[in-house]
Each structure stands twice: as C-alpha cells, then as structure tokens.
Design a protein around this ligand. Structure first.
Ligand SMILES: C[S@@+](CC[C@H](N)C(=O)[O-])C[C@H]1O[C@@H](n2cnc3c(N)ncnc32)[C@H](O)[C@@H]1O
Length: 394
C-alpha cells in the first residue's frame, strides 16, 4: 500500500523521524517519491495511521494513495467511487501538491475548483446530498482547515500529487494534533523565553530519533522548562529524569510536568527532576544506567547578527568545552549501545554557518555519529539554527 506524508517545515528531519519510528516498529517501507515536503512510501502492510500520527512531531498530514490518473479532470468520476456520504451534510476539499517545479499549480487550481462546483451539483441532483466545498487561498488546505471543518469526520479531503502527465491522488486519514502541541508550548505554567525552549514538535522528533523502547530510561541533563520530558510522557515513556544547574529550570520543569500529568491519564510514572551541573552527572547516576540522553544544551548567548568572527570563535570555544565535559559524563552513565540525541547550534551570521568542531573528540570518548545527513531545524533569517546529532555509545 502507498501512503503519503506531508512533512513540516524541515522535511529532512521529518523524513528521518518517520524512518526511525517505522524502523523501531519493524515496519518495512520503500521511498516511492520524495519531493520537497511530500513523501510517498510503499509499505508492505496496512498502517495504523492514527497511531503513527499520534507519535510523530514533524508530519502535518498522513493519507492513503488511492490511484493514479493522467489528468485531474478524471477525478470527477473517481470522487463518486471513493467518497463515502452519510445523511449529514458532506464537507469536502482538495489539496494540490506539485511533484516538480515545472507544474503550474494556479492553472490546475482553477480546473479543480470547477470540478468541485460540478460535483456539488451532481451530489445534490443525483444523490440528494447537500455538500460544502471547503477552500483556502492556498492550493493546499492546512491541517488546521482540515481539522476545523471536520473533513476527516464529516467528509473527505482528497490530495493530488501532480507531475507532468501523471497525477497520484489520495485521501487524508490523519492530521497533526496541532492544538495539543500548541497547548504544551503556550498554555503550560513554566516558560522561559530567556534561556529558550524547544518547540514541542522538535522535542518529539528528537525522542523518536533515539529509537528506544517504552521502558527505556531517558535523561535530559539540560532540561530547562522540561519540554523533552513532557513529550516523552505523551509518547508513553515512564522512566524519565531531568537535570539542570538552574533553580528556575528545575521549578519550571516540575510545574510543567505536574500540569501535564493533571491533564493526562498517565499514572505510573517514575519521573525525577533535580538541580545538577552536567559535569556531575556520574556522581548522581550509576555507570551504564541510562538508555538515552535527549537534550538541548545551552546554545550560547542570544545573537544579534552583528557578531564578529573573534566573538563567534570565543562563544564556540566556550560551548565546545561544556559539550565535551558533558560527553565525558554521557560516556560513563549511558549503557553500551545507548543513544545521545542532542542539539548543536549553527550560528548563521552574514550567511556564514559557524559550527562547533568537536566530532573527533566525541568519537574518541567512545561514540559514533549515526545520522548521515545533516538534520537541521531552522527558519530562514534565524541566527541560531539547531543541528540535531545522533550518537551511539559503542
Ligand atoms: C536552551 S536551555 C534548554 C531548554 C529546554 N530544552 C526546554 O525546552 O525548555 C539550556 C539549559 O541548560 C542549562 N544549563 C546551562 N549550563 C548547564 C550546566 N553546566 N549543567 C546543567 N545545565 C546547564 C540552563 O540552565 C538551561 O536551562
């Protein structure tokens, strides 16, 4: 069966997450098509799409590919084959995704809108079904529009993946739980804009990239407001510890976890948050006792974009020393085969990317880097980008 995935703003990272989650569940998949934010996978069995959607942080929509046509005009008949009407009002919408930069999506959008009007009349005249065609200014409906118009419950969203001379079409089966992600970011009691917080979707992706079992012990040694711990709880992990050398961070994390636990049904959770400098990890944790470290450390002072090379080198040098001290500790407390999934900053100043250069020293401490592609989470014009690195203790 072929499934489509509409990926978030950092598609390489989203793809790596999907691959990691499917691999952990021993679900074999083959890439059928990958273009920009569209990924189509051939999967050898039926996917539990709702479950997969509830796991992922970097995917906006998941659906099933239903067929192929040479032109979108052929969809008029296919619509009656695939749309399931009930007595209630039928809500439907279309999203168009180009599979090549040569596609003129605006022209196709006009054609599709005309087909939709025709379908509305035919639904009324031939099926006695009243319907509403849901549109957006964009060629695609956002997950918010799909959700708010209840297209998955009271109707259907069909997606077209358009290439020259060939169009795949499919139906959306799940959209990202954006409201819950937003609440875990903005409605929680402890937020620290000065130290900075990970977006929960990125925290989720990082935990998934660690590929550890649900009974694994996970540590975030720079836990800040506890975003990684929160997402790990939502994913069902039960053995979690957060440490940080700031009193404020410990308090924020504790408040946020309490808030989340009150909202959720999680009962048996062994979570612990304490004040601890990363250099002292091995004083508190037994050797070989942690399965995965998932963390975003101090990323340096806030950047203004006008830092000169000498200033940048000074910042990078001081971070290199903190990060290496952290890896010395990670090598002690992690089990053999244990994972580190960690954010490394990239300073994007005057379009030059300045990075830490400690990979060989980390490898000497007994780690191998496992991500081949660079996994960067960023927005254009951001001075500090986040490169996600995955290491395995050998
Ligand atoms: C960027 S914040 C982490 C934010 C966190 N990921 C979140 O989403 O809330 C970095 C954290 O590292 C902590 N920190 C800095 N140096 C540390 C050290 N030497 N040992 C432990 N924690 C440290 C800071 O107090 C801060 O809370």
């Amino acid at each position: 069966m072929k499934y489509f995935f509409i990926l978030g703003k950092n598609p390489i990272l989203s793809k790596a997450e999907i691959e990691a989650v499917l691999q952990s569940k021993v679900i074999k998949s083959k890439v059928e098509m990958s273009f920009d934010k569209i990924l189509i996978l051939e999967i050898d069995k039926e996917l539990d799409v709702e479950w997969l959607n509830s796991q992922l942080g970097g995917t906006v929509k998941i659906g099933l590919i239903l067929g192929e046509m040479s032109d979108v005009a052929e969809f008029e008949e296919k619509f009656f084959e695939f749309a399931k009407f009930n007595e209630k009002k039928f809500y439907f919408g279309f999203s168009l995704y180009p599979l090549s930069p040569k596609i003129n999506i605006l022209a196709i959008q006009k054609k599709v809108n005309a087909i939709a009007m025709e379908l509305k009349s035919r639904l009324r005249d031939e099926k006695q079904v009243s319907s509403r065609y849901v549109v957006s200014r964009e060629a695609e409906l956002s997950s918010v529009i799909v959700q708010k118009n209840k297209l998955l419950k009271n109707g259907a969203e069909f997606c077209f993946f358009i290439d020259q001379g060939k169009t795949l079409f499919g139906q959306t089966l799940a959209v990202q739980e954006f409201e819950q992600f937003g609440a875990r970011d903005f409605a929680r009691p402890g937020r620290d804009n000065v130290s900075g917080m990970l977006p929960p979707k990125l925290a989720r992706m990082m935990i998934n990239l660690a590929q550890v079992k649900s009974d694994a012990t996970i540590l975030d040694p720079f836990c800040g407001s506890g975003t990684i711990l929160q997402e790990a709880i939502v994913l069902g992990y039960k053995n979690l510890t957060g440490t940080d050398n700031s009193d404020r961070a410990v308090k924020d994390s504790l408040n946020n976890l309490e808030w989340l636990l009150n909202k959720s049904k999680v009962k048996s959770l062994k979570s612990n948050v304490m004040k601890l400098d990363v250099k002292d990890l091995s004083l508190k944790f037994k050797a070989n006792s942690i399965d995965a470290i998932v963390t975003e450390p101090f990323l340096g002072p806030a950047m203004r974009g006008n830092e000169n090379q000498v200033q940048l080198e000074k910042i990078i040098e001081s971070l290199e020393s903190i990060y290496l001290a952290a890896f010395v500790q990670f090598a002690k407390v992690l089990v053999k085969g244990g994972k580190v999934v960690m954010v490394f900053p990239i300073y994007n100043i005057r379009n030059i990317q300045n990075k830490l250069d400690i990979l060989s020293q980390i490898e000497k401490l007994g780690f191998v880097k496992s991500n081949k592609e660079e996994l960067v989470y960023f927005r254009e014009n951001q001075y500090v980008r986040r490169s996600i690195m995955i290491f395995k203790k050998v």
